[in-house]
Design a binder for this molecule. Structure first.
Ligand SMILES: [Fe+2]
Length: 371
């Protein structure tokens, strides 16, 4: 049974859970720098007499297969019996990916999509940003030669999750914006995803409301209460996509973020506004089996922005990005020619695209960037 703890100072419960698992050698997957400023290192220092922590932190934001292999080697060399992840989405995904790869003797690329039975080490997770909700999902993103792979197994969902908003109190503005947008996009995509159900939809709605009510206050004035709410919202977004998965904006984002070296949440948010509009028009003109449901879902999302029409929703989205100091003009980012657009469309993640509520062909995707 998964254990979740919420609240400021809940991080101090870590000791209790470490005692429960009773493992001495621990692989500590952590962020490279922010670990020393967000409260992570202080927390670990207090536990160093009782446990051996082997720190793994030298990896990129878009984690690669070779970095996961290194982490696995480090875990095995030091006989670690528990994985503790303290960090943002990449850190948490790294912990889950090492746990997965630890099951196999070789490190071949086709293992990333393996659906074989696995066994896992206990994994305790303390998120330090309010973004991916990776602490709640059974999948992890790993890149190989710039292509995105999704490791997937129900056992990868971490057993213990401690959401202490204290970790997020000093997150810089830009990261607050990008991680908040990731959680918001995940929740919107989850809500309209073909795989959504009643439970995922209720998580998604809670998350959308919390983010829209609190993101500006966290971004502009570093309001602690607002940051606390964003931490919970991100967790809800993870629980929502754990059921529904994400859709077209995420499917396009992986190529955008690797090509232009921009943050994941920002890369997703860049196209989401366009989908708020185009989904409506595609659903409206064609006779989809789930047409009415798709339109109803969109109208519900529009209502959070205080509008009822697709064009108004897109406009509100552009305003949202502007208020978070993020450019929404594709041309200014470098998506300004057919070659680049074709590259992004060609590299769309088909698995995530298949969850999208309306059918998108190549021409529709190209239109997203030209519109
Ligand atoms: Fe995401």
């Amino acid at each position: 049974m998964k254990k979740r703890l919420f609240g400021v100072d809940s991080r101090f419960s870590l000791e209790k859970y470490l005692k429960k698992f009773n493992k001495r050698n621990i692989l500590l997957v952590r962020s490279r720098n922010s670990f020393f400023t967000n409260g992570g290192s202080e927390l670990i220092e207090k536990l160093e007499d009782s446990y051996n922590f082997f720190h793994y932190f030298n990896f990129s934001n878009n984690i690669t297969l070779s970095e996961v292999k290194k982490g696995k080697g480090y875990l095995q060399k030091n006989n670690c019996e528990l994985i503790l992840s303290i960090g943002g989405g990449s850190v948490i995904d790294m912990g889950k990916s090492i746990n997965f790869l630890n099951n196999f003797n070789n490190n071949k690329i086709n293992l990333l999509t393996s659906r074989k039975k696995i066994s896992v080490l206990p994994n305790i997770v303390l998120p330090t940003t309010s973004g991916t909700g990776s602490e709640e999902t059974h999948f992890a993103t790993v890149y190989f030669r710039n292509k995105k792979y999704s490791i997937q197994n129900s056992l990868l969902n971490p057993q213990v999750v401690i959401i202490d908003p204290y970790f997020t109190f000093q997150v810089p503005k830009r990261i607050t914006a990008c991680t908040g947008l990731d959680a918001l996009c995940q929740s919107i995509e989850s809500y309209w995803s073909l795989n959504s159900n009643k439970i995922s939809k209720s998580f998604a709605l809670k998350s959308i409301k919390l983010i829209l009510d609190n993101i500006f206050s966290a971004f502009n004035s570093n309001n602690k209460k607002a940051r606390e709410k964003l931490a919970y919202a991100a967790n809800y977004s993870g629980r929502a996509i754990n059921i529904s998965k994400t859709t077209a904006p995420h499917a396009l984002s992986y190529a955008i973020s690797t090509k232009f070296k921009i943050e994941h949440g920002y890369a997703v948010a860049l196209t989401l506004g366009k989908f708020l509009k185009i989904n409506f028009h595609i659903a409206k003109k064609n006779n989809y089996p789930k047409k009415n449901e798709s339109l109803k879902n969109l109208r519900r999302i529009y209502s959070f922005f205080g509008v009822s029409k697709p064009e108004e929703a897109e406009k509100k989205w552009v305003e949202l990005l502007k208020k978070l100091n993020l450019e929404s003009d594709f041309k200014k980012i470098g998506i300004d020619n057919h070659k680049t657009i074709n590259y992004l469309v060609k590299n769309v993640n088909m698995e995530r695209l298949s969850n999208h509520p309306v059918k998108m062909n190549k021409a529709d995707l190209i239109k997203i960037f030209l519109d």
